[in-house]
Write a protein that binds this ligand. Structure first.
Ligand SMILES: CC(C)(COP(=O)(O)OP(=O)(O)OC[C@H]1O[C@@H](n2cnc3c(N)ncnc32)[C@H](O)[C@@H]1OP(=O)(O)O)[C@@H](O)C(=O)NCCC(=O)NCCS
Length: 209
């Protein structure tokens, strides 16, 4: 199959990340937590119950990310497994990556899987891919002020505050904290992330092997 990502694996301790497959999609939709934010501007299907519509947006987002992949604009959706059990989703995104060398991240974990530093391991894994294998110079992230868990993950990994903006949300206008991690800060700490199966994927990132 001419989609090399299915063989990509990232490992950090007990946490393994691998590209989402079609068979993961229904299970991910079942695990999708109520507090994971979605694009407030996404079109809603009024005929669907809100929970079903959130799952639809998740599923269509996964398919869209795969179908619209381009070196100019990509989003790698990775299924997160702990001890072989699917527990969530971690994404790594790049816009004009070969020039800008900046990655963005997004993630969620099923509620029962939280509180075990899995989110830190997930983020560390994709940062290892971004900085150590794709040549990123910076990673950015953003979270609402009240999303203490997401902000804690970023700060634990050395991100620093990088401005505040205001955005719309289902509960009204909210403030968003932006954060940034520079390559130098990432390299100052030793991280143990294993990446395999990347070589055939490099052209898809606009990079050569
Ligand atoms: C964000 C999310 C993935 C974090 O998962 P998690 O299992 O709680 O994370 P971890 O166990 O790895 O903990 C990460 C840090 O958050 C802290 N934390 C987690 N929940 C917290 C809470 N409710 N209050 C304060 N700190 C909290 C932990 O103490 C830890 O910080 P530390 O390493 O400095 O001690 C999870 O909460 C989630 O799926 N939230 C909904 C989706 C979401 O908001 N995604 C991020 C979008 S930007």
């Amino acid at each position: 199959m001419d989609w090399p990502f299915f063989d990509l694996r990232l490992t950090c301790g007990a946490v393994t990340l691998r590209p989402v497959t079609d068979t993961d999609v229904p299970e991910l939709a079942d695990l999708f937590p109520d507090d994971a934010e979605q694009d407030p501007h996404a079109e809603r299907l009024v005929g669907l119950a809100p929970a079903a519509d959130r799952r639809r947006l998740l599923v269509q987002g996964i398919w869209r990310d795969r179908g619209s992949w381009s070196p100019r604009s990509w989003c790698l959706d990775l299924a997160v497994e702990v001890d072989g059990q699917l527990v969530g989703l971690q994404s790594l995104e790049g816009e004009d990556f070969p020039r800008l060398r900046t990655v963005d991240t997004g993630s969620w974990l099923a509620v029962p899987a939280r509180g075990r530093r899995t989110a830190v391991a997930m983020r560390t894994s994709v940062l290892g891919l971004g900085f150590d294998h794709l040549g990123a110079e910076a990673a950015v992230s953003s979270a609402r002020f009240d999303n203490v868990a997401s902000l804690a993950v970023s700060r634990r990994l050395g991100y620093v505050d990088n401005g505040v903006s205001r955005t719309d949300s289902p509960s009204g206008v909210v403030e968003v904290q932006h954060l940034r991690l520079a390559r130098k800060t990432w390299e100052a700490v030793r991280h143990s992330v294993t990446v395999t199966g990347l070589e055939p994927c490099l052209p898809w990132f606009g990079l050569s092997g």
